[in-house]
Ligand binder design. Structure first.
Ligand SMILES: Nc1ncnc2c1ncn2[C@@H]1O[C@H](COP(=O)(O)OP(=O)(O)O)[C@@H](O)[C@H]1O
Ligand code: SF4
Ligand SMILES: [Mg+2]
Length: 347
């Protein structure tokens, strides 16, 4: 597909999805979950945007909306500048997904060769007589021996299965890969190998990545941009370097304060997260984070803070973002620059 001049690979604008839940068989009124609300971002070829936030904040629903596995209630999606409103073959090919649980995402009673053959057939990637070579090349590209072709998923380790998941994604020449917690189900010892593989493939194929994760250390390492979600909304968005140098939303700071940064000099001084997330079916008035926010003021209960620019390319949805200057919250002002890698490097 030809990309409109300078168009990002993917752009979403004001994306929204609400789910209606039946309360019980007796009650007719339905509860509404605001899963994704007014979410906008774009990702250029070769760059990575991380979507972070606690479980249930709407990360996976955002991914499903892009893939058209779930229909948005409103908002727009553009693939290479062209509007997308249904799951066209082009969308299915150009946007691929790497899942958290590689075992669940591979059909157990199919051999690896069949698993990798299917997308090639569906997307007519090559003639039948070239399929086997193409499958072998994908397997080699993810660092596995070609003989895994004849094995079943249960005969592979977790890391090998995730490599097959990645091989399946890249085999159809995608432009965007959505990685939904791609290493959180894997042993710590092999996580960095899989991350390095993804970074290598991104570079060699100039791929855009939407990287969903709750691991901020990892996000600092792999992403170019960060968007923090809370109860369906993006509450902070910035280039990774800027974000880690001075997060400008209390929720982002609390997430960072709670993350396991081994070096105390790089730790954020802020009250770690406490309390429960508000019920997504009964959101508080004003700011959704106010029930847990140590900085909440009266206005926060009355007025919902809009997501607005607080610096170049830096957005925050907090009435007090202007007071959250970086020098207040870092033990060592020189730390953030060394805490992140502007250019992702192998780990
Ligand atoms: N199919 C669905 N039906 C009803 N509610 C859903 C559905 N999918 C997700 N949700 C709800 O939407 C919210 C966001 O879910 P999800 O996108 O899976 O969050 P995350 O991936 O950040 O953990 C949660 O409250 C979840 O319970
Ligand atoms: S708007 Fe108020 S409650 Fe919300 S994050 Fe900012 S200070 Fe906290
Ligand atoms: Mg999820």
């Amino acid at each position: 597909m030809k990309r409109a001049a300078d168009a990002p690979v993917i752009a979403v604008k004001n994306l929204a999805k609400r789910f209606k839940l039946r309360q019980s068989w007796l009650k007719r009124d339905k509860l509404v979950v605001r899963a994704v609300d007014d979410v906008s971002f774009e990702i250029a070829a070769g760059s990575t945007m991380a979507l972070v936030g606690e479980s249930g904040c709407g990360k996976s629903t955002t991914a499903k909306l892009i893939l058209q596995l779930v229909k948005p209630d409103s908002g727009e999606i553009y693939l290479n500048g062209e509007p997308v409103s249904e799951a066209t073959p082009q969308l299915r090919q150009k946007v691929q997904m790497v899942f958290q649980d590689p075992y669940a995402s591979l059909t157990p009673h199919f051999r690896i060769e069949s698993i990798l053959r299917e997308p090639l057939v569906v997307h007519r990637i090559c003639p039948p007589n070239e399929m086997r070579d193409r499958i072998g090349a994908s397997i080699t590209a993810v660092g596995l021996p070609v003989d895994v072709m004849s094995r079943y998923p249960h005969e592979l380790s977790g890391g090998q299965r995730q490599r097959i998941g990645i091989a399946r994604a890249i085999s159809v020449n995608p432009e965007l890969i959505i990685c939904d917690e791609p290493v959180s189900a894997l042993d710590v010892s092999i996580r960095s190998q899989i991350i390095n593989l993804l970074l290598d493939l991104q570079q060699s194929h100039n791929l855009a990545f939407l990287f969903i994760s709750h691991d901020l250390d990892l996000v600092a390492h792999v992403s170019d941009f960060v968007a923090v979600m809370y109860l369906g909304k993006i509450v902070e968005q910035a280039a990774t370097e800027k974000f880690f140098a001075g997060p400008r939303h209390p929720y982002s700071r609390a997430l960072l304060a709670s993350s396991l940064v081994p070096d105390p000099k790089k730790r954020i001084q802020f009250a770690p997260l406490s309390g429960e997330v508000a019920s997504p079916t009964e959101l508080p008035t004003g700011c959704s984070f106010r029930t847990r926010c140590p900085l909440a003021i009266d206005k926060c209960a009355r007025v919902e803070p809009p997501l607005q620019a607080i610096g170049e390319g830096h957005l925050s949805a907090c009435h007090r973002a202007g007071e959250l200057v970086s020098s207040e919250m870092l033990t060592d002002p020189s730390a953030p620059q060394s805490a992140i890698n502007p250019q992702p490097e192998r780990i």
